[in-house]
Design a protein around this ligand. Structure first.
Ligand code: C2O
Length: 514
């Protein structure tokens, strides 16, 4: 097949996306990073040079299955060692699903400093029937925005005082495609007023496809376009029967492909807006705005339009009520799983008084030097308990019942699979399964606060797959397990390329000198 090749260098740079200068870590000098674009079935090859002097890096291709190349999923300590400063590493993987997604650093919360960008994979043409649109306007990347480097925030959110933890985790701004204004009187940092907002052009009477991506660090986004409605045609990499809403919610890591019918007249303009919401309440964190202009509109003036009313059916279920979500391609999960994990998610203080996240009593800690997949390839099947490895052996249908003992929801992301979303809600699961013949599926699901999320997957992808909260501060805080499937096949059949071992040697050499 076709190979799409990219050459990237990761480096530090001071940038000011919203007018406020801050230290960033970026790919090829820009934020947002480059867009990956491919057709379904193509190979994508990304050569990454780590131009940071003092820290590792590693890139993850969010939502792809990596069935042919489970070692290129990009999670340090799980599938690979970090790419050491000065080293170069080439990822090579198949565009094995299609739709809208993003790529990002999976090294600590490094992506929050800017190492992220969109990924668009075009599907087969016969989808034209369900993807009914005229113009593809491309990615609409939503990122809550911080004026500090990620490392300082990670330290603060794992502190001992709960109020400073909450303050440290809250964003200063919210960007659409890397742009937004900021009121300079609210910062002591070097700041220029009027950085500007992103602009989109609509053509009257046409249907526009927008690819919404929540690539932020903490906030759940509520997105709308004034005086326009949004018809959802895909959630993550899964096409669904279209449904229309005034506004949509996206947890971090989630994507929605929406069609917007351009009902405005020429000369008119409207705001696109995204706000941060927790448990149905708008947070005090800022709005993101962008402008939509029709032909002949004055693009130097800001729109003067009316926000959409919030008529979402049930905001306590941040993912659209599952009962109404029907994947176009029907897959019926096994009625009885071979194996069920019950996992409890909680926040508590560790022995040194720091607040960290626990999954069934164990807060995940990473060991960069010995990736689980490489150890499993050498035949190891037992690991330190705080690596949170769940070995499902040769089970085929695995169910996870996740209970959220915390009051706020979490965007739970699973690598290497789409999850059958069997049930989700507040309180305790009553055993009912949503649309058992064809349940909704996606790779990131918002578990409600004080609630449950039940999912099932087909363990057909030998490898070690993280299942974690996608809030950057929670990933680093241990809200993370690794689901290992078919260890026999990993040990006996998997041919891990030499580059994976070389990368670990380079990393060991770097860590020994620091
Ligand atoms: Cu978007 Cu574990 O990743």
């Amino acid at each position: 097949g076709v190979v799409r090749h990219y050459d990237w260098t990761i480096s530090r740079k001071t940038l000011a996306p919203d007018g406020v200068e801050r230290p960033m870590i970026v790919v090829n000098g820009a934020f947002p990073g480059p867009t990956i674009e491919a057709n379904w079935g193509d190979w994508i090859e990304v050569t990454v040079t780590n131009g940071l002097e003092d820290e590792g890096t590693s890139l993850h291709w969010h939502g792809l299955l990596q069935t042919e190349t489970p070692w290129f999923d990009g999670v340090p300590g799980v599938q690979q060692c970090p790419i050491a400063p000065g080293s170069t590493f080439t990822y090579r993987f198949r565009a094995d699903l299609y739709g809208t997604s993003w790529w990002h650093s999976h090294y600590s919360a490094q992506y929050s400093s800017g190492v992220l960008g969109p990924m668009i994979i075009h599907g087969p043409n016969h989808l034209k029937e369900t993807e009914d649109y005229d113009i593809d306007l491309g990615p609409v990347l939503l990122t809550d925005w911080y004026h500090r480097a990620y490392f300082d925030i990670v330290e603060d959110v794992m502190g001992t005082d709960i109020n400073s933890i909450i303050a440290a985790g809250s964003s200063e701004n919210n960007l659409i495609n890397g742009k937004m204004n900021f009121n300079c009187s609210n910062t002591n940092l070097p700041c220029t007023e009027g950085a500007g907002i992103s602009k989109f052009e609509f053509t009257t009477g046409k249907k526009h496809r927008l690819r919404l991506i929540n690539a932020g660090s903490e906030g759940q986004q509520k997105f709308s376009i004034d005086e326009h409605s949004l018809t959802v045609i895909a959630r993550d990499f899964v096409p669904v029967e279209p449904y229309t809403l005034n506004m949509v919610s996206l947890g971090i890591g989630q994507r929605l492909d929406v069609i917007v019918e351009a009902t405005g007249s020429s000369g008119s303009s409207y705001f696109m807006r995204s706000t941060i919401e927790t448990n149905c309440t708008r947070s005090s964190q800022p709005y993101a705005l962008a402008a939509v202009y029709y032909p002949d509109a004055n693009q130097t003036a800001l729109p003067n339009s009316t926000p959409q009313p919030d008529t979402r059916p049930d905001c306590t279920k941040p993912d659209y009520p599952l009962e109404s979500t029907v994947p176009i391609y029907k897959i019926t999960p096994a009625e009885t799983p071979d194996l069920t994990y019950e996992i409890e998610l909680s926040l508590a203080q560790n022995s040194s008084g720091n607040w960290v996240w626990f999954m069934s009593g164990s807060s995940f800690r990473v060991n960069f030097n010995e990736p689980v997949l490489i150890l499993a390839n050498k035949g190891n099947t037992s690991f330190p308990s705080n690596w949170n490895v769940y070995n499902s052996g040769n089970a085929t249908n695995v169910r996870v019942i996740l209970k959220n003992l915390f009051t706020v929801g979490h965007p739970m992301h699973f690598h290497g699979h789409n999850m059958f979303e069997l049930a989700s809600g507040t309180g305790t699961w009553d055993g009912t399964i949503t649309n058992p013949e064809n349940p909704p599926r996606r790779d990131t699901h918002m578990i409600p606060g004080s609630g449950y999320y039940v999912f099932q997957y087909v363990a057909d992808n030998p490898g070690v797959w993280p299942f974690h909260c996608h809030i950057a501060w929670h990933v680093s805080g241990g809200l993370y397990v690794n689901l290992m499937e078919h260890p026999d096949k990993i040990a006996q059949n998997m041919k891990i390329p030499q580059i994976m071992h070389q990368t670990c040697r380079d990393w060991a050499a770097f860590s020994n000198t620091t």
